[in-house]
Ligand binder design. Structure first.
Ligand code: ZN
Length: 481
């Protein structure tokens, strides 16, 4: 029997601040364990938290980018639980056990995704709240002991909670990609999933029809890649379907995904918010936010991916797919945008970026910022193709040389003598030579064997060192025939 999934995501992202959420400790990734700590983030008695204004501003920026309402009186609360990497015994967050205590900084937003078939869907954002991260337990340092690193204690996070509006694992991936993209465009977070800047939990239940009540859900924790999110949701869907088909009930639980065996594993049974004994943090006042601060952050919002995509389509005549590819990654998108400013044919430039350049970038270690040549150089190379100085084929040679040496295209063309021959007299001489050298084939071609055109064009291009303008060559063959 087919089932229909209902999916919601909880995304944790590390805010790109210099210091922690409630103390002045610097956030540094590659430092020795327990070097970035103070009495505050270790939870020693007598210390008091002071909210980091920069973290609050970034959370507001994220909320505005996700079309949320901003709560001007957000409330800090404590989530109480014991865990060895949580020295205070509680986490400061913005979730309340009762509505009067539940004032996350942002709520009621939405994002739009576009499915592969072009269908646009709106996914609700239930809330975004700010909270502090816990430390880290290190288990693989020695076989007998576990070690504790407090450097991450108190690092600011935003938790983005979507509504259960997602209807397939594929769409869940699109939602997470969109959130990551917005985090990168706004600079709110580095959103790097590999180093844990961004982590995702997936909630999923299934039901027998699209208008049936929601089923019992499972929450799968800490999915650290797009493919793991999709595979974990698919595996859990299949498991719940088998459970229901055998007449049993799905039990609410928290799970993790075992990628090696492609299955979800229960780590805790049902838990409810009252288990955490949330209450307002007595050490912190309400986070009163001035409307003028919200307005100034709204004004500072950069061009977001959806807007940029439609600008690329309308200004450069790109199709939806190319515009999507060129805006997926902010760095590449900025690079293309810069190059387009001096390029006479942005559409041709887009082709070069999405095909040749992106293929090279996949092979390279660093991102587009580590390229040896500048964005303007590729724009100039496309201009040289556009004005017939070089052919597209020669362009590939020039491009390879730019990649290897970082030289600009004009220098490369000059050094290598790659300028396209457009002088008709010079080309005619090469064409006539090819005819003289191959009289038999020429007779056949003249008497109608059209496929010999390729042979002659090949000979002529070879004799010209690839520099003859192909359209002039073809026109000349037509004339001489
Ligand atoms: Zn500290």
């Amino acid at each position: 029997m087919p089932y229909f999934p209902v999916i919601g995501l909880e995304v944790h992202c590390q805010l790109a601040t210099k210091t922690k959420l409630f103390c002045g400790c610097e956030i540094e990734v590659n430092t020795e364990p327990n070097k970035r700590v103070c009495p505050g983030c270790l939870g020693l008695p007598g210390t008091l938290p002071v909210p980091n204004k920069e973290a609050v501003k970034l959370a507001i920026k994220l909320g505005l980018a996700l079309n949320c309402e901003i709560d001007t009186h957000a409330l800090w609360t404590r989530k109480n639980y014991f865990y060895p990497d949580l020295p205070k015994g509680y986490q400061i967050t913005q979730t309340g056990a009762i509505p009067a205590h539940d004032h996350p900084i942002c709520k009621k937003g939405y994002i739009e995704i576009t499915s592969e078939n072009g269908e646009k869907k709106r996914i609700g954002i239930n809330r975004i709240h700010i909270e502090e991260d816990a430390g880290k337990l290190v288990h693989d340092f020695s076989p007998e002991n576990s070690h504790f690193d407090a450097n991450r204690c108190g690092t600011p996070l935003c938790e983005i909670v979507t509504e259960p509006d997602i209807r397939s694992p594929e769409d869940a991936v699109l939602v997470l990609q969109k959130i990551k993209q917005i985090l990168e465009y706004t600079g709110v977070s580095n959103a790097n999933m590999e180093n844990g800047n961004m982590r995702c939990d997936g909630n999923i239940s299934i039901r027998k029809s699209e208008d049936a009540p929601f089923g019992t859900r499972a929450e799968i924790k800490n999915l650290n890649s797009f493919s793991n999110l999709q595979k974990a949701l698919e595996a859990e869907m299949a498991l719940q379907a088998v459970t229901l088909d055998s007449g049993k009930e799905v039990e609410q639980c928290t799970k993790r995904y075992d990628a090696n065996h492609n299955k979800t594993i229960v780590i805790r049974s049902k838990e409810d918010s009252h288990d955490y004994k949330y209450f307002p943090d007595p050490d912190l006042l309400r986070l009163v936010i001035d409307k003028s601060l919200i307005d100034s952050i709204r004004k500072s919002l950069p061009e977001l991916p959806d807007l940029r995509r439609s600008r690329f389509e309308s200004d450069f005549g790109l199709n939806a797919y190319d515009a999507q590819v060129l805006t997926a990654d902010k760095e590449i998108s900025d690079w293309f945008d810069l190059a387009s400013k001096t390029c006479k044919n942005p559409k041709l430039l887009a082709n070069w970026v999405t095909s040749e350049l992106m293929r090279e970038l996949k092979e390279m270690e660093g991102g587009i910022s580590t390229l040896k040549f500048k964005a303007e150089d590729l724009a100039e190379m496309v201009n040289l193709i556009e004005n017939n100085t070089i052919s597209g084929k020669i362009g590939k040679t020039v491009f390879a040389e730019m990649l290897a040496t970082g030289k600009d295209p004009n220098t490369i063309i000059k050094e290598k003598g790659l300028v396209q021959i457009t002088d008709t007299a010079a080309i005619e001489a090469i064409v006539r030579k090819a005819i003289e050298e191959n009289p038999g084939q020429w007779q056949e071609f003249k008497s109608g064997k059209a496929q010999l055109r390729g042979f002659f064009v090949g000979q002529i291009m070879k004799n010209s060192g690839g520099k003859a303008n192909p359209s002039i060559v073809n026109r000349m063959l037509d004339e001489l025939i």
